[in-house]
Design a protein around this ligand. Structure first.
Ligand SMILES: C[S@@+](CC[C@H](N)C(=O)[O-])C[C@H]1O[C@@H](n2cnc3c(N)ncnc32)[C@H](O)[C@@H]1O
Length: 288
C-alpha cells in the first residue's frame, strides 16, 4: 500500500511545502520538481559542499547487489523487530542516510506482513542512492536531502534510524517527537576484521562511537544489541563489500592486491544497534 506523503518543509525558508501536479511548492514560490523516478530533490545547491555529494554510482551499485543477496538480513531483521515492537499503524519513520533503501524496504515488507501501515521516508544526500531507492520501492517517500537540514516539521517522527551513516543529533532531536526513538547501526570491534587484516599492514585499534554528543542533545541510551555472524564470500562479493566501504579508497595498493588474490574469505560481521530515546526535557548544552 502507498505510504501517505509526509509533511515537508521548504529547505530554503522552512515554510510548508504543498504538493502540486508535478512538484512541491512553498508560499514564497520555491518549487521542487518530482523526478521521473518519483523522488524529490530538497537539497538546494547552496547546501551542497560538492557537485555530487555522498556515495557515488559505483558504491551505490555495489551496496545494492551485496545487500540484495541477503548477506545483512540478520541486521535488518533485528532493526525491524525493534521498530515494529513499538509501532502501530501510521507511525512516522525516517531512514536518515538510507543509501539505496535496503533497510527501509525490508522494514516496509515486514510491516506489511504484520498489517502495520507505516508512513515511511528515506533520505540521502546522494542523488544516485535515492534514484536507486525510488526505483526499488514505490511505497515510501524518497528525498535527496541532508541530515544536517531535515525538511520536516519539528517533533514529527516517532522513530529515526541511521544505519552506518552520519547522525546529526541536534537535527534528529528537533525532528523527533518527545520520547521518540533514535536507532543507530554502527560497526563493532570485530567488524570485517579478516578483510582489514588483508588490507592493512596493521589493523587500527577499535574505538566505539562517542554517544556523548547525543546525550548532550537530550538522548538517553536504553539498550544496545550486538549482531555478530560470519559470511564466507567469494572474490566478486569481496569486491562488492570493498566498494561499499571507505576501504577501497583508504587501503594501500598492496592491501587491495592481497584481497584480489583471494578465492574466498570468511568475514566476521559485527554490528551494534544502539537504541536511544529523546527525553521530554531537551538538554541545553547541545551544540552539535
Ligand atoms: C555507509 S552508507 C550507508 C547507507 C545505508 N544506510 C546502508 O546502510 O545501506 C552512508 C550513506 O550516508 C549518505 N550521507 C553522507 N552524508 C550525508 C548527509 N549529510 N545526510 C544524509 N546522508 C548522507 C551517503 O550518501 C551514503 O549513502
Amino acid at each position: 500500500m502507498l505510504s501517505p506523503m509526509p509533511d515537508l518543509i521548504c529547505p530554503i525558508d522552512k515554510l510548508p511545502l504543498f504538493p502540486q501536479e508535478h512538484c512541491l511548492k512553498c508560499e514564497q514560490g520555491h518549487s521542487f520538481d518530482r523526478a521521473k523516478q518519483g523522488y524529490f530533490n530538497l537539497l538546494p545547491v547552496q547546501h551542497k559542499r560538492s557537485k555530487a555529494p555522498g556515495d557515488n554510482k559505483e558504491m551505490v551499485n555495489a551496496r545494492r547487489t551485496f545487500l540484495n543477496n541477503g548477506y545483512y538480513q540478520a541486521i535488518s531483521q533485528t532493526l525491524n523487530q525493534t521498530i515494529l515492537a513499538k509501532h502501530l499503524n501510521h507511525s512516522n519513520i525516517l531512514d536518515a542516510g538510507c543509501g539505496e533503501g535496503y533497510y527501509l524496504n525490508q522494514l516496509l515488507t515486514q510491516a506489511q506482513q504484520q498489517n502495520i501501515n507505516l508512513q515511511a521516508c528515506g533520505l540521502d544526500i546522494s542523488k544516485f542512492a535515492i534514484q536507486a531507492a525510488a526505483k526499488s520501492n514505490k511505497t515510501a517517500t524518497w528525498l535527496v536531502a541532508s541530515n544536517k537540514q531535515l525538511p520536516f516539521p519539528e517533533h514529527y517522527f516517532d522513530t529515526i534510524f541511521c544505519a552506518f551513516g552520519f547522525p546529526v543529533y541536534q537535527e534528529f532531536a528537533n525532528k523527533l517527537k518527545n520520547n521518540g526513538q533514535l536507532l543507530l547501526l554502527e560497526v563493532g570491534e570485530h567488524h570485517q576484521i579478516e578483510l582489514r587484516q588483508h588490507l592493512y599492514p596493521s589493523v587500527k585499534a577499535y574505538s566505539a562511537i562517542d554517544l556523548q554528543p547525543a546525550f548532550d542533545c537530550g538522548f538517553t541510551l536504553n539498550d544496545q544489541q550486538n549482531i555478530r555472524f560470519e559470511l564466507t564470500l567469494k572474490q566478486a562479493e569481496l569486491q562488492q563489500l570493498l566498494a561499499m566501504t571507505p576501504h577501497l579508497y583508504r587501503a594501500p595498493k598492496q592491501g587491495l592486491e592481497n584481497v584480489q588474490q583471494l578465492e574466498s574469505l570468511t568475514v566476521t560481521i559485527d554490528v551494534i544497534l544502539y537504541q536511544l530515546t529523546l527525553s521530554d526535557t531537551p538538554a541545553t548544552t547541545c551544540n552539535q
